[in-house]
Design a protein around this ligand. Structure first.
Ligand code: BEZ
Length: 190
């Protein structure tokens, strides 16, 4: 974990920093202060749209689907790492209480450096867990869901764009994106 001194004598500022890894909306939208933002990856975890969302991208009646991580040997999940102070986590813990917990894992920056990172993931069996489904089933659900954070389709399309902009591929996300665009009559994307 990074140990960047940040406190000044006589202030209540946190005196250390840590890396937070984002693989979902955190790639393109933070809403918190950070000191550095760097493309990075974690290994042994695959991004999957298997977590339900009734508080951000859906409702209790029509839950949406958002990304979580599932263990998978050999998998590499590309995302964005943020160097933050620990007070940021208080806000995130409230924002992401819908089934997510914190895990510490190795972090690999795209430039070859390494560190450790905190990552939020929703594990199988949590109250909002939806689990595996085909790309088409997931796309159908995403196409009809919307919540306080906006339409579920926007979350998917912004995530897919962000992963591409970082120069990476995610077959799972792309398959759902293509299925969604086909449902919207925009097969092939535009
Ligand atoms: C993410 O974007 O990485 C993320 C956002 C909310 C909860 C968990 C992960």
């Amino acid at each position: 974990m990074s140990e960047t001194p940040m406190s000044r004598a006589g202030t209540a500022e946190p005196d250390y920093s840590l890396w937070l890894f984002g693989y979902g909306s955190l790639i393109y939208k933070t809403g918190f202060a950070f000191m550095e933002r760097r493309p990075a990856s974690i290994t042994g975890w695959a991004r999957r749209f298997w977590q339900g969302s009734h508080d951000h991208r859906g409702t209790l009646e029509t839950p949406g689907r958002v990304a979580t991580l599932v263990p998978q040997a050999g998998a590499v999940c590309h995302g964005m790492a943020y160097l933050i102070t620990p007070d940021v986590l208080e806000g995130l813990d409230v924002r992401e209480k819908n089934g997510y917990r914190r895990v510490v894992t190795d972090l690999y920056f795209d430039d070859g450096e390494r560190s450790e990172t905190l990552v939020y993931m929703a594990t199988e069996g949590n109250e909002a867990w939806l689990g595996e489904a085909s790309a088409l089933e997931i796309a159908r659900q995403i196409s009809t869901a919307a919540g306080p954070s906006g339409p579920n389709r926007d979350y998917l399309l912004m995530l897919a764009d962000s992963i591409r902009e970082m120069g990476h591929d995610d077959d799972h996300v792309e398959a759902i994106e293509q299925a969604l665009l086909a449902l919207e009559g925009r097969a092939g994307g535009s």
